[in-house]
Design a protein around this ligand. Structure first.
Ligand code: SAM
Length: 300
């Protein structure tokens, strides 16, 4: 039996995991967001927040040493985990060697900024529901969430621990500084709720920022892909110039002042308003009026 083998209910003490990390010459990387959550009660709380149980399929991005994975497996889920760092993957594989419902992919979860690693997709169900539960590395949180939300079979729920400022952007309301492309891309299809704060002191190494758990649950109806693409193009254009008046931004992205004014009038919008004042309903209306919004961007 390896020193990493967990008992029936416990897990190896942190000192044992630290020794396994030291043996591999591991130094936590800031770029890879390697801040491990040490607090058992918080790990348990995240699994409870996720509302997953026996028979559910869960994707965990960045299992690290496998501590959250262990709690997820104890809740009875079928777990697919993807870890970029082979040294951590080795420790997680050893810790979870006895688990039959665990599959580990050693790779970058994102093959490109907008595509999930194909081996991860192949391990997830094509049609049946699956859930994302993860303590996400800072650098990939936004792109990863936006990308999985647009999959043909997107997650049936997402419960993620992220930097507090990212959580605030995900759950932001229109008219606030945090409202922007990430909030919109996720809230098109999901209700987002901030579930709990996680103090920096509960991690090793201690990050400079606070973190929060955010949970996303899909709306009953999903936006149709073409409408989503139109909205997405419009949002990119609008928020690249979020402090400018709509009259100016729309003139730029329409490619002419006249077309911009026509869109504004048809949508019944105040020319002095700014992108961050627009709620989802208004943005969707504007996107249907301005399906070619991307063209002005490409030329200017
Ligand atoms: N799950 C562990 C925990 O809760 O303590 C570790 C979470 S730590 C915040 C983030 C993890 O994501 C690290 O293990 C890091 O190596 C991994 N990671 C970073 N970038 C990644 C990527 N692009 N794809 C997969 N894993 C990644």
């Amino acid at each position: 039996m390896s020193a990493l083998t967990p008992g029936e209910h416990g897990r190896p003490a942190w000192s044992v995991l630290r020794a396994a990390l030291d043996e591999r010459g591991f130094r936590p990387s800031r770029r890879l967001g390697q801040n491990f959550l040490l607090d058992e009660n918080m790990l348990r709380a995240i699994v409870r927040d996720a509302e997953v149980g026996p028979g559910d399929t869960v994707l965990e991005v960045g299992p690290g040493c496998g501590t959250l994975s262990l709690h997820l497996l104890r809740a009875g889920v079928n777990l697919v985990a993807v870890e970029i760092d082979p040294r951590l993957a080795e420790i997680a594989a050893e810790l979870l060697a006895a688990e039959t419902r665990f599959r580990l992919v050693v790779a970058d979860a994102l093959a490109t900024k907008h595509a999930i690693e194909p081996r991860v997709l192949a391990a997830l169900p094509d049609k049946a529901p699956w859930h994302l539960v993860a303590n996400l590395p800072y650098s990939v949180a936004g792109p990863l969430l936006a990308t999985v939300a647009q999959l043909e079979n997107p997650p049936a729920s997402m419960t993620v621990l992220v930097q507090r400022e990212v959580a605030q952007r995900i759950a932001a309301r229109p008219g606030t500084d945090a409202w922007g492309p990430l909030s919109i891309r996720l809230q098109i299809d999901y209700d987002a709720t901030l579930v709990r704060s996680v103090p920096a002191a509960l991690f090793w190494p201690k990050p400079d920022v606070e973190s929060s758990v955010v949970r996303l649950v899909p709306h009953p109806t999903r936006m149709e892909p073409r409408a989503r693409a139109e909205l997405s193009r419009l949002v990119d254009g609008l928020f690249q110039r979020r402090r400018q008046s709509l009259a100016r931004v729309l003139a730029t992205i329409a490619g002419s002042r006249e077309t911009g004014v026509r869109w504004l009038e048809a949508a019944g919008l105040d020319p002095k308003a700014r992108a961050e004042d627009l709620d989802l309903v208004t943005l969707r209306r504007l996107a249907t009026l301005a399906p070619d919004a991307g063209k002005g961007l490409e030329s200017g």
